[in-house]
Design a protein around this ligand. Structure first.
Ligand code: LRH
Ligand code: MN
Length: 388
């Protein structure tokens, strides 16, 4: 069992990347409820992300989404981020909002549309060169709504072709993470519906292509920690888009809807030595704060990941191994439940205090007056959102 010092050391070495789009307005097809103080551009999103890092000490980078975060000078944006104490992380292309992409982007039947989508993916690698990012985070909305609408096999060929051309463009220190999603926005087939399809494409591409697991993208009842363990075993676990859900891709705060599932996932990662930086697993959030204030919601989310990870690091590995090899089902389960039932908040508060941080980042945020300041200052202009 890891002692408290080892738990704190492991958490201090575990960065959690926040998503720029979670700082902007978001909603559902029914309504997007705009919030006061929401950023108007990538610079303001980065300023908010820097506050999350300043208060948690655990969110040193922010992922961008293009074109939502397009700026004239990405190198300048990276310099601004550095001045704020954070870095620009994964670059997410967007080939799901242009009218041309109705029947798909890289899987579209029309080669002209496929070329347009590929050019955007390649442009995003150029942006990675400018920002110093190492991850190209790929998600495709591509799919069909009715049987027969298009050839599933032909679309796979088109997908493989675009992925391979993009892979060839990557620099030596860059990699691509391929995200999958069971359904939405298409409801008969998605061209990357599950971990198996993503895994197969990544194996075909090479070492610098790995699978991105978005925890909201599975069929209800899917044992995510199982697929994570298998992907890790084959060296294809590239990273996560953490969030939580009750029904579909709800994009709620990670650990809110199902904290026990998050703990089980982190437990398998700890067992597989996949927490340490050298494991190169990217821990990223992908959430939408449709009703709640955005910055404190992201602070809460970072804390939720830290709490689940701390509990997982406190699992008595020797007792667990003994019970498992002895076939003692109840004892083995009890070892895990003991760790899960552990209140790790005092340990994490201590870790923050030792790092010169406020033990309670949420209270610190409210005391900072930052929310009032951005609500007062950020008046006028176009609030950031998904622009759908
Ligand atoms: C798709 C997704 C993908 C992003 C988007 C913001 O549902 O998870 O990762 O591009 O959300
Ligand atoms: Mn995602």
């Amino acid at each position: 069992m890891n002692d408290h010092a080892a738990v704190k050391a492991a958490l201090r070495a575990m960065p959690i990347e926040t998503p720029s789009w979670a700082y902007g307005n978001s909603g559902t097809r029914f309504k997007v409820f705009a919030q006061q103080g929401v950023p108007r551009d990538a610079y303001e999103k980065i300023a908010d992300a820097a506050v999350v890092h300043r208060l948690t000490g655990a969110a040193p980078s922010v992922a961008l989404h293009i074109p939502w975060d397009r700026v004239d000078d990405f190198a300048d944006l990276a310099r601004f981020a550095a001045d704020q104490g954070i870095a620009i992380g994964a670059i997410n292309p967007n080939v799901f909002q242009d009218n041309d992409y109705k029947l798909g982007s890289v899987c579209h039947p029309d080669p002209r549309v496929r070329r347009k989508a590929l050019d955007h993916l390649l442009e995003c690698v150029d942006i990675m060169d400018a920002t110093g990012s190492s991850i190209l985070s790929l998600w495709f909305a591509d799919g069909t709504n009715y049987a027969g609408q298009d050839s599933i096999a032909a679309r796979q060929d088109r997908l493989a072709d675009a992925l391979s051309q993009t892979y060839d463009r990557l620099g030596p220190d860059q990699r691509m993470l391929v995200e999958y999603k069971l359904f939405e926005p298409h409801f008969y087939s998605m061209d990357l519906p599950d971990w198996g399809t993503s895994y197969a494409h990544c194996v075909a591409l090479g070492d610098r292509a790995q699978v991105l697991v978005d925890t909201g993208h599975h069929a209800p009842g899917t044992n995510i920690e199982f697929l994570v363990t298998v992907l890790r075993r084959f060296g294809k676990l590239g990273g996560f888009h953490f969030n939580s859900r009750n029904y579909a891709d709800d994009d709620l705060m990670v650990g809110a809807a199902d904290p026990f599932q998050l703990f089980r996932i982190m437990h398998e990662l700890v067992r597989a030595d996949a927490i340490a930086p050298e494991a190169n697993v990217a821990f990223m959030l992908d959430q939408c704060h449709n009703l709640e204030a955005k910055v404190p919601a992201l602070i809460r989310s970072v804390l939720n990941v830290q709490e689940a990870t701390a509990k997982a690091l406190l699992v008595d590995a020797d007792a667990l191994a003994a019970a498992q090899s002895g076939g003692d089902v109840l004892a083995a389960h009890a070892v895990l439940m003991d760790a899960y039932a552990t209140d790790v908040r005092p340990l994490l508060a201590e870790m923050r205090a030792e790092a010169g941080l406020d033990p309670d980042p949420i209270a610190a945020y409210h005391r900072s007056g930052y929310q009032q300041r951005i609500e007062t200052e950020r008046v006028g202009g176009q609030q950031a959102g998904w622009g759908a």
